[in-house]
Design a protein around this ligand. Sequence first.
Ligand SMILES: O=P(O)(O)OC[C@H]1O[C@H](OP(=O)(O)OP(=O)(O)O)[C@H](O)[C@@H]1O
Ligand code: HPA
Ligand SMILES: [Mg+2]
Length: 167
Amino acid sequence: MTDLLPHEKGFHVSWDQLHRDARALSWRLQSNVPEGGWRAVVAITRGGMAPAMIVARELDIRTVDTISVKSYDHQTQSEPRIIKSPDMDVVGDGSGILIVDDLVDTGRTLEVVRRAMPKAHVATVYAKPKGRPMVDTFITEVSQDTWIFFPWDMALQYVKPFHGADD
Ligand SMILES: O=P(O)(O)OC[C@H]1O[C@H](OP(=O)(O)OP(=O)(O)O)[C@H](O)[C@@H]1O
Ligand code: HPA
Ligand SMILES: [Mg+2]
């Protein structure tokens, strides 16, 4: 669903913007590199996969795994659950592991992920205030009532000019 209620705001992110913001996240993460370097990136599917790829490329991390947490059906949240775990022999308690997601909203997804890898470093590109305490590093904060639209959920389309739009 892309319909917004009147009080809700939309923050539309293009591929180009996502690329820039994920690069900025990589840059910021350089000051948090653990002793011995990052052992692996774990992307939270599906939204974390695009930023995780960019971060892994920028930081030259070759081992990339995934954790799948299902918590939303469109814009309606349900109880988050892990439906696919990363290789626990690799990630262990999370030491030296960089978890990447596109955004944190309520923080419920990260709550579940952090429980599985308590010592991991958690990075998201975007953050809303409620979920912010669950993230170690992020780039842009938006208000809680803003819905972030990602490029993979959008398409270019014609829009009417403002002048005469209500005619
Ligand atoms: O902080 P929260 O309130 O838990 O919300 C944030 C999570 O919700 C979205 O994923 P979603 O579960 O919709 O799945 P997707 O990444 O496959 O789209 C988003 O990509 C985050 O992973
Ligand atoms: O603002 C959002 N945008 C896209 N997906 C989301 N999942 C939780 N919050 C959001
Ligand atoms: Mg997600």
